[in-house]
Design a protein around this ligand. Sequence first.
Ligand SMILES: [Zn+2]
Length: 92
Amino acid sequence: MDDRLRLDQRPRFDEGPRLDAHLAVDERLCSKVACAREAVATVTFDYADQMAALGPLGPGSDPHAHDLCAQHAERLSVPAGWLVIRHEAMRS
Ligand SMILES: [Zn+2]
């Protein structure tokens, strides 16, 4: 019984989500409203430590992560008292 269940579930997992994930990577756009530029960076907000970490485009699975285009990544603003940590690769 258990083995049969597993066999039924595996093909579905392999076919569906992989296609979706691929599409999502190709079409990542800036998450700012009214901005349609291609996302080049991901900022992750850590509310507990009041930190924003800016780095290369992430996997997109983190609910606290937002994709940003180059311009918005450059102008990233955070609430007063927050710390912004920029990934080494983001410094020019
Ligand atoms: Zn933008």
